[in-house]
Design a protein around this ligand. Structure first.
Ligand SMILES: C[S@@+](CC[C@H](N)C(=O)[O-])C[C@H]1O[C@@H](n2cnc3c(N)ncnc32)[C@H](O)[C@@H]1O
Length: 277
């Protein structure tokens, strides 16, 4: 029996192509042909949930009921892989360069945005770093964390993680910033309210025009634009420049270069960019 026959719902290349066009128009994320199986596996769950019999009916439903189904469709297709202190040099840069520079320039509070924050590991890593470094330099800080996917955002704002997820966090920070669950919550830890309450989570689609109040000292946008086409990336990076203070920093993921994408940034190495002027 081949894979196509073994499927619960028939799924042709035409179904895949129609669905990826809908996805791209809303998210800007490029979808190569190799993602056909992934689309099937993730969207078959939506058909089951909605008790829809086949993909033709699902596509009709999605197109005519975007307000009801659009969010679940996008949430099913986003890739949310993340980890605490992923690419730790970026957090070291924040503590050792950005915060002291803000202190020297009389900038207070330090304002940071985690764009594409997924389930929260990145913004909580930023929050722990800022909490320590800003206390040392007697500065306040503000952290905004956004994502397109509402499921990951609600996980992020709850701040509850399986203990294994916290492997990248030092013992000292675990004790200071997390509370271990007991009873039914054994095996989990929750970010302390003092940390959670400093963060501002909200939904934001990076491929649509957006405006966040004020400008930032640093924007983290790591492992998000990797799937965007060149024009989408370029428009977004120029929007980031508008949301940064002069000489503010844009931190990208390790495989995301701005080379040939924007002339508004200079590279400082390790995919850290500084706004020119
Ligand atoms: C692979 S995760 C990266 C998480 C974190 N930044 C990191 O590096 O660990 C990518 C995140 O980008 C979000 N994303 C994808 N397209 C987006 C868009 N158009 N607007 C906002 N967020 C988007 C996804 O929902 C996902 O949570």
């Amino acid at each position: 029996m081949n894979t196509a026959n073994a499927r619960e719902f028939p799924f042709s290349f035409q179904h895949f192509d129609r669905l990826r066009k809908i996805s791209i128009s809303h998210t800007g994320i490029l979808v190569p042909d190799s993602k056909q199986e992934m689309f099937y596996a993730r969207l078959a769950k939506r058909l089951r949930h909605l008790k829809i019999a086949d993909f033709d009916s699902y596509i009709r439903y999605l197109e005519s009921h975007w307000d009801e189904e659009g969010t679940d469709f996008i949430n099913a297709l986003t890739t949310n892989l993340t980890a605490f202190f992923r690419e730790n040099h970026h957090f070291e840069f924040l503590a050792s360069q950005v915060v002291p520079a803000c202190r020297q320039a009389g900038v207070n509070p330090v304002r940071v945005w985690s764009a594409g924050c997924s389930t929260g590991e990145e913004p909580y890593s930023i929050a722990m770093t800022l909490s320590e470094a800003c206390a040392q330099h007697r500065l306040d800080w503000e952290l905004t964390a956004t994502d397109l996917d509402t499921d990951v955002l609600s996980k992020a704002s709850r701040g509850v993680y399986r203990l294994e997820r916290l492997d990248g966090v030092s013992m000292e920070r675990k004790k200071r910033f997390f509370q271990k669950g007991t009873g039914k919550k054994q095996g989990y830890a929750r970010a302390r309210a003092s940390l959670r309450e400093t963060m501002n989570f909200r939904q934001l689609n990076l491929v649509k025009p957006f405006s966040l109040g004020g400008t930032f000292d640093v924007i983290f946008c790591r492992n998000v634009v990797i799937y965007f086409d060149r024009d989408t990336k370029s428009v977004l990076v120029n929007q980031f420049a508008e949301h940064l203070k002069p000489e503010g920093y844009l931190v990208m993921g390790h495989s995301e270069s701005l080379h040939g994408i924007s002339d508004r940034f200079r590279s400082l190495g390790q995919t850290i960019y500084q706004r020119i002027g």
